[in-house]
Design a protein around this ligand. Structure first.
Ligand SMILES: *[C@@H]1O[C@H](CO)[C@@H](O)[C@H](O)[C@H]1NC(C)=O
Ligand SMILES: *[C@@H]1O[C@H](CO)[C@@H](O)[C@H](O)[C@H]1NC(C)=O
Ligand SMILES: *[C@@H]1O[C@H](CO)[C@@H](O)[C@H](O)[C@H]1NC(C)=O
Length: 384
């Protein structure tokens, strides 16, 4: 019986948050918490540098954050672990670092990567030997699955055959599960190629992640040739779904094609194609050529990056009420200092009875952005 009033309060609180609609009046993003999840060069397992952070939110308030642990140097090429930490309580407390993958002490090794929660499982996609012609072996893209929120992982599924041996370096960021037609329920990852054979492409699954095939491809121009400044070179990519069911992909503009800003691709057909005619440059989103975060919650589009044309500084969260046509004000500056790659997670659609939170994980430092990986919890409604 004693549960009655508590339950009533819970329902009232749930009702208030469930009715929360993002408008220019109600969206007042505020940093409510910040936690350093990994410090580079620390005693933890002799890891030199933690980079490329990812975060995903699962049903029930669970969060999983992962990052590359670069063992010997800060370089992209080199031996690494995939380090992950879990939170069961919406980020209030975090468990210890667990190693999801370890490539030994080889010359190249693994690279993150993208996370996705679907059907009660966490998927973790990463690349191996993505920097040919290093003596590492054929390039590969590997998929790990966890049934227990990232505590343990099943054996890797090798997707090389699906990708015809091409490098597909996922994200960095998250995959998506389509919430609307066309192809509602479809899982979508975005990835990119090597410097010469660059461009982005989509990886699709219509059976919850068992079988995969390649979807839309947007190649660099010219393809297979050494890059020159201002060539069209779409690189690291983050997909999100717009309210009309189309897929948008925010893309690192590696060679500064037409601007020092983001590129945007659109797929009107659920990821089957990425038509060049639907590609735009985004002068409203200055970018120093970096992996950025993008996510949609309750129709509100969110974007994170170091908001600068050439420096990895001033990590900023921006939001758009009109599907990305315009961005509101100057956004929320989360860290003025050195800051690099970032990724965003929002609670799953079925959990919108809680305070509207967004999780922003990013590379953060005082003199170098690679000093630590930090997780900012932001309340979109301005309180917790
Ligand atoms: C993945 O499969 C390809 C093609 O069968 C193979 O060459 C490669 O060694 C495999 N990679 C890993 C890491 O198992
Ligand atoms: C960071 O952003 C603030 C506010 O927009 C601006 O005043 C400052 O100059 C920026 N820092 C750099 C290094 O651009
Ligand atoms: C965003 O997209 C949806 C679906 O196409 C549309 O109904 C809505 O009007 C768009 N919003 C704006 C402000 O363009």
């Amino acid at each position: 019986m004693g549960a009655g009033p508590a339950l009533l309060l819970l329902l009232l609180a749930a009702g208030a948050a469930a009715g929360w609609v993002p408008t220019p009046e109600t969206v007042r993003p505020r940093l409510v918490r910040e936690q350093v999840l990994w410090v580079s060069g620390g005693p933890r397992g002799g890891v030199h540098t933690f980079r490329v952070p990812l975060v995903v939110a699962a049903p029930g308030g669970a969060l999983l954050a992962c990052a590359e642990g670069r063992k010997r140097s800060a370089a992209d090429v080199g031996a690494k672990i995939i380090a992950c930490r879990r939170s069961a309580d919406r980020g209030a407390t975090w468990g210890p670092t667990l190693v999801a993958a370890d490539d030994g002490w080889g010359e190249d090794g693994l690279n993150l990567g993208a996370l996705l929660v679907a059907g009660g499982r966490v998927l973790l996609l990463f690349a191996r030997c993505a920097h040919p012609p290093r003596p590492c072996g054929p390039p590969g893209t590997l998929l790990l699955r966890s049934r227990d929120g990232g505590r343990s992982w099943g054996p890797p599924q090798n997707l090389s055959d699906v990708l015809h041996g091409e490098v597909f370096a996922p994200g960095p960021g998250s995959g998506i599960q389509k919430q609307r037609p066309p192809f509602r329920g479809r899982l979508v990852f975005c990835g990119h190629g090597t410097p010469e054979r660059d461009g982005v492409s989509l990886l699709l699954s219509d059976d919850g992640g068992r079988r995969w095939r390649r979807g839309g491809v947007l190649p660099a121009i010219p393809f297979g040739a050494p890059r020159k400044p201002h060539d069209f070179t779409p690189d690291e990519c983050q997909p999100y779904e717009l309210p009309d069911g189309s897929i948008a992909v925010s893309i690192r503009n590696q060679a500064q094609y037409r601007c020092r800003c983001r590129l945007l691709a659109r797929s009107p057909d659920g990821g089957e194609s990425l038509p060049p005619a639907a590609v735009t440059v985004q002068p409203a989103l200055p970018d120093p050529a970096v992996a950025a975060g993008a996510a949609v919650t309750r129709g509100l589009l969110l974007f994170s990056n170091p908001a600068h044309e050439s420096l990895r500084v001033n990590l900023t969260l921006r939001w758009s009420f009109d599907n990305g046509s315009t961005w509101w004000g100057r956004g929320l500056r989360v860290w003025e200092g050195p800051s690099g790659y970032s990724a965003l997670a929002v609670p799953p659609p079925e959990e919108q009875d809680h305070t509207p939170l967004v999780y922003l994980i990013y590379e953060k430092g005082r003199s170098l952005s690679t000093e630590s990986v930090s997780l900012a919890t932001i309340s979109l409604a301005g309180d917790l």
